[in-house]
Design a protein around this ligand. Structure first.
Ligand code: PRP
Length: 181
């Protein structure tokens, strides 16, 4: 780990494990959407860009890709206000939409986004998340989930600390004292 950075303590999910799970998720989506003429993937920037790129390239069902950018405040509070910084380019009414996220932590971001997109009357709306933190009292429902992880700070495969480490091919745990400092 220290080859990469002294603040990274251990690999939580190795690259080959991630790739195998992404392939499984893609197969599951292909099977569930068999016969559907088009699936609209919505990636949430920045964190989801790598997961979405790998997932989309494994999908066989016809699909297109778009992105949204959100900003969230008060992650440690129960309010967790979320704001749209960049919206989709097209209306999603009548579309089969899958929200693609790298991580569900408090669940505020996905909860907010789900309600917003639901209000735009898609034909169907699903969620696909690479990792969900196991946190007491929080169990945001996810349709396609890669991994459950402990409530630690993680980086890599799209996930960052101060915008660093996003392009690591694996997911690693970061030292707690770095996060507090
Ligand atoms: C991260 C992640 C999710 C959100 C999850 O985004 O990509 O969008 O936090 O947290 P929540 O479940 O507590 O709402 P972040 O705001 O760090 O932006 P980034 O994707 O650009 O890193």
């Amino acid at each position: 780990m220290s080859d990469y950075h002294p603040d990274l303590t251990r690999v939580l999910i190795p690259a080959d494990t991630i790739q195998a799970r992404v392939q499984e998720l893609a197969h599951q989506i292909d099977s569930d959407f068999e016969g559907v003429d088009h699936v609209y993937l919505v990636g949430i920037l920045k964190g989801a860009f790598i997961f979405l790129a790998d997932l989309a390239r494994q999908l066989r069902c016809p699909h297109s890709v778009d992105f949204m950018a959100l900003s969230s405040y008060g992650k440690t509070t129960s309010s967790g206000a979320v704001r749209i910084l960049m919206d989709l380019r097209e209306p999603i009414e009548g579309q089969h939409v899958i929200i693609v996220e790298d991580i569900v932590d408090t669940g505020h971001t996905l909860d907010y986004l789900y309600q917003v997109l639901k209000g735009r009357n898609p034909a169907s709306l699903h969620t696909c998340v690479l990792v969900r933190k196991v946190r007491q009292g929080l169990d945001f429902p996810v349709d396609y989930l890669g991994f459950e992880i402990p409530d630690v700070w993680v980086v890599g495969y799209g996930l960052d600390f101060a915008d660093r480490f996003r392009t690591l091919p694996f997911i690693a745990e970061m030292k707690g004292d770095q996060i507090l400092s």
